[in-house]
Ligand binder design. Sequence first.
Ligand code: AMP
Length: 541
Amino acid sequence: MLGLMQDWPLLLHKIIDHAALQYGGREVVTRSVEGPIHRTNYSQIRDRSLRVAQRLAKDGVKLGDRVATLAWNTWRHLEAWYGIAGVGAVYHTVNPRLFPEQIAWIVNHAQDRVMLLDLTFVQLMESVQDKTPSIERFVVLTDKAHMPQTKLRNAIAYEDWIAEVDGKFEWVEFDENTAAGLCYTSGTTGDPKGVLYSHRSNVLHALQACMKDTLSVSAQDSVLPIVPMFHANAWSLAFSVPLAGAKMVMPGARLDGASVYELLEAEKVTFSAAVPTVWLMLMQHMQTTGAKLTTLNRVAIGGSACPPSMIEYFEERGVTVYHAWGMTEMSPIGTVGAIKPQLAGLPLKDVLGVKSKQGHAIFAVEMKITDDEGNRLPWDGHKFGRLMVKGPAIARRYFKRENEEILDAEGYFDTGDVATIDPNGYMQITDRAKDVIKSGGEWISSIDLENLAVGHPDVAEAAVIGVVHPKWDERPLLIIVPKEGKSPDRDGILKFMDGKIAKWWMPDDVQFVTEIPHTATGKINKLKLRQDFSSYKLPTA
Ligand code: AMP
C-alpha cells in the first residue's frame, strides 16, 4: 500500500520561489567583478532567474542541455544557476583554475551549448574557443557599459541578453530526478570525471546542510560563501542559504585576507565557509594588522584537513569551527564535526581533539571502513581502512561512463580516502589512499605530520610526501614554507615534532621552499611535489 501524500517534486526552483515569497527583501550583496559592492534581494534574483530560463528557452535550450558557467560567486552567477536548472537544463560549473586545455576537454565532454562567463575569463576563453565548438554563444556576466571588445562567438553582455525577454515565464515542470548540475572532479590522474547532480539530490542536500548540527544556517544569519560555486556546489550554500532565508554575501573575485575581512565586518557576516588556505590568508591579515572579528560566530573549514592550530585560533576568538569533510561526488558534505551530547562539557583541549577529526556523518550519509578485501572494520578509532559512503546525494555513476561500475556490492562508493571511525562515530581522515606513506609495511599519515608541523610558530604551510627508501620502501619528507620574516631550521622543526608522534613516523628530512603547489581546488598538489622532488635523495637512504 502506498502513502496518500501529495506528489511535490523536489525541484531547485522551489527553493528560490520560497526565498522570494518568504524572505523577498533579504539582501544578496556582492563584491562585483567590476569593482563596486552590488545589492539585490531574493525577490529580484527570482525575477531575473526566470528571465535567464526564458532567454535560454528562446534559443531552444531544453531539458538536459548543458550550459557552462565560468564565474566567481556573484548574484548573476546565482541567478544563472536557478535559471538554467529552472528550464530543465544543466548548469555545468567550470573551474577557472584549470589549464586551458583541461577546460576545453571538459567543455567538449559536456558538450556545453552556451557559456556564461565573468569578465576575468574573457581572454582565457578567447584562447580556447576554437577548441570548444559546441558553445554557440558566450554571455559575459556584465552590463553594456563594462562589455569589452571581444572575439568570443556571438558574445553578448548578460544584462542585454536577459533584457531581450519580458520575464513572463513559468518554471518548466519535470521529474525531480532530472539532472540539474554537472561538476568535474579535479582528478590528478586520468581524465576528469563528471558528477551529475539531480534536482532531488541538490534539494535534499540543501536541507541536510541547513540542519543545526550540519552548517546550522538560519534566516538570522548573514552568510559569506567563500568556497567557489565552481567547487563542488559551493558546499550547497547557493541552495541552503536562500532556502533558510539568510542574507547572502558573495566575495566575487577577491579572496585575499584583506578583502575577505572587509566583507566579514561590513556585512556583519555570522557564518562563512572556505578551505584552509583561504583562512590562512585571513589569519595572516589579522595577525599583521591587529584586526578583530566582531560578528562572525561560525566557520566551516574543509576541502583539506583543518590543522588543530587553525581550529584553536578561531575558537579562542569565539568563532565555532565546523570541520567538514566531503567530496564533489557527495554534493559535497559527508561529515561535520558538531559536538555530540555525550561529549558536551569536555575541556577545550579535548574539544579541540574531537574537532580535529573530520566529524560524524550527517543524515542520509552512511559510512563504512573496509580492509583491502572489502571486509568491514570496527569503529574503534584505531583501525583504518578505505572509507566508503552511500546516500541519496552521492554519485552512483559518472557522466557518460555508463558502463563503469563505481559502487561495491552493497552500493557503497569508494571515496579514495583512508580513515578511522571512533566509537562515537567521528571519522578521521588518515590520508588519500595514494598519499599515505608506506614504510616497512606500515602506513604513516601525511596529514598527521602536516598538522603537527604547522603548529610550529615559524611555519606557514607544510606538506609531507613519501620518498623512495632502499630499506623501508618509503620514508616521509617534510616540506615547509616558513612564515614571512622567519627562518626555522631543520633540527628545530624535528625537535618540535619529537615526542608528539611515534618515533618511526618522524620525517627523515626537512626541506624549505617559498611556495607549495596547489591544485585547482586549493589542495596541496602532491603529484607536482613528488615531481619537484623526484631527483631528491634522503640523507638516510
Ligand atoms: P573534492 O572532490 O575536490 O572536494 O575533493 C575531495 C577530497 O578532498 C576528499 O576525498 C578528501 O581527500 C579531501 N578532503 C575534503 N575535506 C577534507 C578534510 N576536512 N580533511 C581531509 N581531507 C579532506
